[in-house]
Design a protein around this ligand. Structure first.
Ligand SMILES: *Cc1c(COP(=O)(O)O)cnc(C)c1O
Length: 495
């Protein structure tokens, strides 16, 4: 049976999975959600022996029902190949009592590769299936990692162009260099004067501009998104939760059916929402623990029922989580309203207008699967150092935020369930923050000057992605004000 997608702001609308991927965002500004949550129909006994690619097929076929078996398997094998530096794709590493699910073994060494290495394949298959002749223009706002992963995925993919906007002073030096050195005849990278939220709302405004969409159509272009608002990014992210569970079973760390907790360093709420989808499909997940940095808008939301972005935007050492408007929360809000698109729309308009909204007690009662915590900058540093001193394992700053929150949760809840901490980036991406946390003496060094030290300390081989940067040439120097993004897009497309 075909699974169709509806908009969080209009339950009447129905599109196929491939149409939802092509569009990115619903025309009413809502996000696409499956009309009904599919069920994981593979027994744990079978999952246990599956490769990452086989697991990906078992999960994704339940969501992307209008793709044929051959199409989907081609997408999967094209994505999860030797671009990853390990055949496991997403290794689960036990460190002390905690399991780290390492999602940074892809081409750009952050977890965005897990979805963005397959999205271009899904997008081109979807375009064929829907007889799209237009060139697809991928517009992306990035807090640092999505941008590079999307650029790497879409570079020189026929029938597509990609334009990435990043906050000029809001990404790490390695992240910036990764983007500005990207090759490809169809790629553009623009630094904006503003923060990630400015970039994201600028991109959303461009998507919602009907007149621009018409002008674009006349020129033979249509927009789509590589941000996690695209359901084509969320679905591949469900896979690694299933894979991690199967690995725990295979390694005899858990009994079949035993619930595990997952701790997710959160920004736009995409990764943790994928875990929630996995749970809804039937995967035995106990608590979903949302970890924030000092931009703790989600922590406050889970504690008080009020989402309030009216606060100072803090630049932290975990820049990919420096976000005050977590787009994917809308999909969770929609579920806890009882799939009421009118109510969801009202709340989201409150967010746009006043910067805040509050949910009802009835809705709050449906959030029992979630826990939340946050780490200050000091706690993040302390966590990196103490894990290193106790075990020799080196985590990046984002993963450390989650590891800190994991410890906090264990301490206060007394819950002895197994915890999987989602590791979202390689420490090489944030070399200076990581090395300074381990030893204050590195404080005055530059990121790139610390790579060799990091190798010596961590024993992790320098990833190819980092080696490539050392000699690469910066190709992109465009900058614009966050209010000028639409004009920038038009000029890049010669409109
Ligand atoms: C994007 C990102 C996050 C946040 O993930 P969301 O899906 O936006 O919540 C966390 N850590 C790293 C390293 C990231 O790149």
């Amino acid at each position: 049976m075909e699974l169709r997608y509806k908009s969080t702001r209009d339950s009447e609308l129905r599109v196929s999975a491939s149409e939802a991927i092509l569009k990115g965002l619903a025309p009413d500004g809502g996000l696409f959600v499956p009309e009904k949550m599919p069920v994981l129909d593979v027994p744990a006994e079978a999952l246990k022996d599956m490769t990452y690619q086989e697991t990906a097929y078992a999960v994704m076929k339940q969501f992307l029902t209008d793709f044929t078996e051959e199409e989907l398997k081609d997408c999967i094998s094209g994505a999860y190949d030797s671009k990853f530096d390990t055949e496991e794709i997403a290794p689960l590493v036990k460190v002390g009592e905690t399991y780290f699910l390492e999602l940074f073994h892809g081409a750009t060494i952050a977890f965005k590769d897990m979805a963005l290495s397959i999205l271009p394949h899904l997008m081109t298959a979807a375009a064929k299936k829907n007889h799209v002749e237009d060139e697809i223009v991928i517009l992306t706002a990035t807090s640092g990692d999505t941008g590079k992963a999307a650029l790497a995925g879409f570079a020189d993919v026929e029938g597509t162009r990609i334009i990435v906007f990043y906050p000029k002073n809001g990404v790490s030096p390695v992240q910036e260099l990764q983007m500005t050195t990207q090759k490809g005849s169809n790629v553009d990278v623009v630094a904006i004067h503003g923060n990630f939220d400015d970039a994201q709302s600028g991109v959303k405004a461009i998507f919602e501009d009907r007149q621009l969409a018409e002008e674009l159509g006349e020129k033979g272009y249509q927009f789509s998104s590589a941000n996690s608002i695209n359901i084509g990014r969320l679905v591949p992210q469900v896979v690694y939760y299933v894979y991690a569970y199967a690995k725990l079973l295979a390694n005899e760390e858990i009994e079949n059916g035993e619930e595990i907790n997952v701790v997710v360093p959160t920004g736009n709420f995409g990764n943790i929402l994928a875990a929630y989808y996995a749970k809804q499909m039937g995967l035995p997940i106990g608590k979903l623990i949302c970890a924030s940095n000092e931009n703790k808008v989600l922590f406050d939301f889970f504690r008080t029922g009020t989402y309030d972005r009216n606060r100072e935007f803090v630049l932290t050492s975990s820049p990919s989580m420096d976000i005050l408007v977590s787009s994917n929360l809308e999909r969770l809000i929609y579920l806890i309203t009882g799939e009421d698109s009118g109510k969801t729309k009202e709340l989201m308009e409150g967010l746009k207008g006043n910067g805040s909204y509050s949910i009802t007690e009835e809705m709050t009662a449906k959030l029992g699967d979630f826990e939340a915590g946050f780490a200050t900058e000091e706690e993040t540093r302390d966590c990196i150092r103490s894990i290193y001193q106790e075990t020799g394992y080196v985590t990046d700053t984002h993963t450390a935020v989650a590891a800190h929150v994991c410890g906090q949760y264990r301490g206060k809840s007394g819950d002895s369930g197994k915890c999987v901490v989602v590791s979202t980036a390689s420490p090489y991406k944030f070399a200076k923050s990581v090395m300074t946390a381990i030893d204050g003496k590195y404080k005055t060094e530059e990121d790139l000057a610390l790579l060799e030290e990091l190798r010596a300390v961590s024993g992790i081989e320098m990833p190819q992605a980092v080696k490539d940067l050392l000699n690469a040439e910066a190709l992109h120097t465009l900058e614009c004000d966050s209010k000028q993004m639409q004009n920038m897009v038009k000029s890049l497309l010669n409109m």
